[in-house]
Design a protein around this ligand. Structure first.
Ligand SMILES: NC(=O)c1ccc[n+]([C@@H]2O[C@H](COP(=O)([O-])OP(=O)(O)OC[C@H]3O[C@@H](n4cnc5c(N)ncnc54)[C@H](OP(=O)(O)O)[C@@H]3O)[C@@H](O)[C@H]2O)c1
Length: 233
């Protein structure tokens, strides 16, 4: 049976991932959207007349990713993985609990690495594919109250830069995108109230990422920083 080419977007239930799912789906790409809140992805379909394949999973759990992949791979070939799911805590490190530290690292860093590990073997066999990581300016810029988040994003950036070199011979580019402040649920409500006028819009960011995707043929934009025009908050 012929499989359908699909783009796997992690964290498609809100914010940047949701905007990406809408953008790719509106442009007739088959999107598989994953998140814990699968109902949000289903709502996205009904309110936008889209047909995103929704699947509930927790990216921080390797067994849930494996289960997901074993089910979808019967029908779909993942041609592009967008590692987007992410969390943070906005606290000074001294106040971070061990649970918070583990959740942030397990989701942002290990979850993204597990996702790559899961889709990569088939991409290597096909000698084609694309991995897009949604990192953050926090990987390279110092923001207080974000130490674990910064560690997770800088760690993923370091991983992805090595991976990029290892995958050149297989024709699998790795694109790292480092967004600045974007108005989404990741921010506390008070920050959104005060600063949303200075933040990027997730729809516009998704438009840009879609353009980057479309223009990644035999040239690859490897490291892309996208900030609000007025700079960091
Ligand atoms: N907003 C910004 O200013 C900004 C700037 C730079 C980078 N980023 C990055 O952009 C990405 C998207 O964030 P956002 O701003 O769009 O925030 P968001 O609206 O809170 O979206 C986060 C997404 O990640 C998913 N997610 C979180 N933990 C998960 C888990 N354990 N398993 C599966 N999915 C999980 C959430 O889905 P469920 O809760 O339904 O599981 C949700 O869909 C993140 O990696 C973030 O670090 C954001």
């Amino acid at each position: 049976m012929n499989k359908t080419d699909a783009i796997w977007i992690t964290g498609a239930s809100s914010g940047i991932g949701k905007s990406l799912a809408i953008k790719f789906s509106e442009n007739n790409y088959k999107v598989i959207g994953t998140a814990r809140r699968i109902e949000n992805i289903n709502d996205l379909n009904s309110s936008n007349s889209l047909n995103v394949v929704s699947y509930k999973n927790d990216i921080s759990k390797i067994e849930e990713i494996s289960q997901f992949y074993s089910e979808i791979k019967k029908n779909y070939s993942i041609t592009c993985l967008i590692n987007n799911a992410g969390i943070t805590s906005f606290k000074p490190f001294k106040d971070n609990t061990v649970n918070e530290i583990e959740s942030i690292i397990d989701t942002n860093l290990k979850g993204s690495i597990y996702s790559v590990k899961t889709v990569l073997p088939e991409m290597i066999v096909r000698k084609s594919g694309l991995i897009i990581n949604i990192l953050s300016v926090a990987a390279n810029t110092v923001f207080t109250n974000s130490s674990i988040y910064a560690a997770s994003k800088a760690g993923l950036a370091a991983f992805a830069k090595v991976l990029r070199e290892e995958l050149r011979e297989y024709n699998i580019p790795v694109i790292n995108i480092y967004p600045g402040a974007t108005s989404t649920e990741i921010w506390p409500e008070k920050t959104i109230e005060k600063f949303s006028h200075r933040m990027m819009n997730s729809t516009k960011l998704a438009d840009l990422i879609f353009d980057i995707y479309k223009n990644s043929t035999n040239l690859s934009p490897e490291e892309i920083v996208v900030r609000p025009i007025t700079g960091d908050l």
